[in-house]
Design a protein around this ligand. Structure first.
Ligand code: SF4
Ligand code: SF4
Length: 286
């Protein structure tokens, strides 16, 4: 039986495509692996019958919007969950995307599951189960919106000694094969030329070696500080299971503690590293 959200998404996509309001609709279709949904691009009203929505729709489709080849097709219709919507708003906030380039179909979401059928980690801290940025809203309101509080998760790592923490991250980063799947999957990693691809000067060693791996993962996390949507796409994409969300959550917590800023669904909100306050406490340089 189809989720009521599936039928509504199909109806909206068909209407937008038949009226010529969009050139392409990016949504989810039935996958071929572990029963998991996969991203699909729909270009005709007939193809819209392939669209689905259920708890296996884990991918953040907003990632496709960072590619000029997709934007060049024309106005794009897209399905977003709340966390994905945060990334989409981030692209607008950072002038990578204009509001009129997208027709947004937001879905209310009680969480999506990982390959093992368990609720994804990110869904346990989701504060946007009922998205507020959209052209169309699909699904019934979700009652139990969760607090954005991962202090319990981080406590284990924050109470480690510096040496223990070093050991822990060393054991994680030595697994990194520098495939950059995390970067490719991240909707907010959109630089035309990534710092790891610059070799004059070469800031980061490119071979899969612990020193370069540390630099890569720490720099990527810092570049996403105050911008990360918490969508989990990077960790999902990592083939060697590095817990990248631990880094993202830690930085989100620091940004909140220092600047009282949290990534939200308001394109006008101002992330701390894009502004300056003359009364900034500036504790880090004291
Ligand atoms: S860093 Fe990871 S969690 Fe954050 S926006 Fe990018 S893919 Fe999503
Ligand atoms: S996806 Fe994982 S293995 Fe690949 S570069 Fe990123 S952290 Fe390293």
């Amino acid at each position: 039986m189809n989720d009521e959200r599936t039928l509504k998404i199909r109806e909206i996509a068909k209407e937008l495509l038949s009226k010529g309001e969009i050139a392409v609709f990016i949504g989810y279709g039935k996958g071929t692996c572990n029963g998991k949904a996969r991203p699909i691009f729909v270009r005709t009203p007939e193809e819209a019958d392939e669209l689905i929505f259920d708890s296996t729709c884990s991918n953040n489709l907003v990632t496709y919007l960072k590619f000029p080849a997709v934007r060049d097709e024309g106005v794009v219709g897209i399905v977003v969950k709340g966390c994905d919507a945060k990334a989409l708003v981030g692209l607008i906030r950072e002038s990578q995307l204009m509001r009129e380039q997208v027709r947004i179909v937001a879905v209310t979401c009680e969480g999506v599951v990982a390959d093992d059928g368990q609720l994804q980690l990110r869904c346990q801290y989701c504060d946007v189960a009922n998205p507020t940025f959209y052209d169309f809203l699909v699904g019934s309101p979700v009652e139990d919106q969760k607090p954005r509080d991962f202090s319990g998760l981080l406590e284990k790592y924050e109470t480690m000694s510096v040496e223990e923490r070093w050991e822990f991250w060393q054991s994680q980063f030595e697994k990194c094969i520098r495939c950059y799947a995390c970067r490719q999957a991240c909707p907010l990693c959109y630089c035309t030329r990534c710092i790891v691809e610059k070799n004059q000067p070469q800031w980061i060693e490119t071979s899969s070696h612990l020193r370069g791996n540390f630099a890569w993962n720490i720099i990527r996390a810092f570049h996403l500080a105050g911008r990360c949507a918490g969508c989990g796409a990077c960790e999902d994409a990592c083939p060697v299971d590095i817990p990248l969300m631990l880094l993202n959550y830690k930085l989100e917590k620091e940004i909140w503690d220092y600047f009282h800023y949290r990534v939200d669904l308001d394109p006008e909100s101002v992330p701390p590293f894009t502004t300056f306050k003359t009364d900034d406490r500036g504790e880090f340089i004291l």
